[in-house]
Design a binder for this molecule. Sequence first.
Ligand code: FE
Ligand code: CA
Length: 518
Amino acid sequence: MTLDRRNLLKAAGAAGALNLVWPLSAGLSPAQAREAAEALGADYDPAPFTLGVASGDPQPTGVVLWTRLAPEPLAAEQRLPEVVEVGWVVAEDQALSRVVARGTAPASATLGHSVHVPVGGLAAGRHYWYAFTALGRTSRVGRTRTAPAGAVSRVRFAAANCQAFHDGYYAAHRGIAREDVDFVVHLGDYIYEHGPAGGDHVRDHEGPAVLTLADYRRRHALYKGDASLREAHAAHPWFLTWDDHEVANDYSGTGGGAPFLQRRAAAYQAWYENMPHRDASATSALPDPEIHRVRRWGDLLELTVLDLRSHRSAQNLPNGTILGAGQKDWLKGTIDRAPDSWHVWANSIMLSQLRSRPGGPYMFTDQWDGFLAERKEVLNHVHTSGLEDLVVITGDWHSAFVDDIRTDFDDTSSPLVGTEFTAHSVTSGAYSADWNAANGPLMGKANPHLKYFEGNRYGYDVYEVTPERFSAHMRVIADRRDPVSPVTTLTTFHVDRGRPGSYEDPATRNSPAQWRRD
Ligand code: FE
Ligand code: CA
């Protein structure tokens, strides 16, 4: 394939060909929508498990297993009974012959016929395989892994973010599926609430914005139509946070009043229905997902998952908050109680200061730069509590950055407290090569803590962690227009245990980048 999905749609418009349309256009029947999705490279697992299987939130004794029944994935309503009994099985082998747990769970129309099965009683630090049955059919077999307990000498995990369906194929997820990793972290922008942007014909056909539960369900179903995404879910357990586009661009707090709150509730529900998320906090039948949590990978790594969307205020307020008071207190307590290990924060949107040019303004204040007092408070708390070996992994930017984190980014003598790795996007469009070439050096000079910037590529990060060293491998795909684009390692950065600050691996220091601090 030589066209990305957006160009494919543009080309169809220019040629007046009506057989290529945005699959979520108004007025299409479910079958027509599916045909349109397939014309853009989607395919689905056999019904009713069209959207595949997934697992999430691995702990030493269990994981959450997920599937959702959607015989017509792009239909606004599934033609299914109100409640369908779904069977599940967990085994020690791929053939599912050595069964260790099984049961049934109700898939109800209320939750989009999704099931989230919290499986317990498993052994720590090992692979398991699982599958579902419903309506006389069996799903594909997924593989998952429990967290280890006790002494751990190595962990490998991947981080993905920003996967606009209309911007390309998920070769990056194909790569993740094939990685030897223990788990995957998704850093947000799993879906985009808008379709192909810009003045092309597709926008005209797209109809009103995504607003209702049915709209968001169909959007998630379209994205799961990329086989590589289903493959990555079926290969590894995932931890999840979200950013803005799961709901609406750059949203915050409750701005927008009642109509926005309804929209947000629809978006959150559809997200929950389509994710292997453990919502342990749920106090009612309808989800209002709680994202933030802390998990351990034996004695080697503590993972703190942050929610930088649900609880934030508007940006640029003197007392603004990106975490919300409750999550901020919780994070400080987590820092106070942290074990002696690596500490990783799954952080959807950039923590480090980013000025656009020397003496210039902040590039974006939708990220932590719009919440200065709170950033200072949190980073000072990291320092005064003596937390060491902090690595922050970040999405949102559609470009790769490496930043060393100081308690005061404007004071180059203030303490270094960690490193932030911002990963390339899976597909979502970055700035142009010209913009990157011009602005990489400007950002580098304006931000003394910025070590590296590369914005011309797409991919994901793989992190390899031992007691002595944290290494970030930037995996990039050759071409997002190619669904099987090969994956290579662009460069590797390291952080040594007990010594704050990152350094690039000498073997990859000559790789292309638009800024690199010597
Ligand atoms: Fe994004
Ligand atoms: Ca974003």
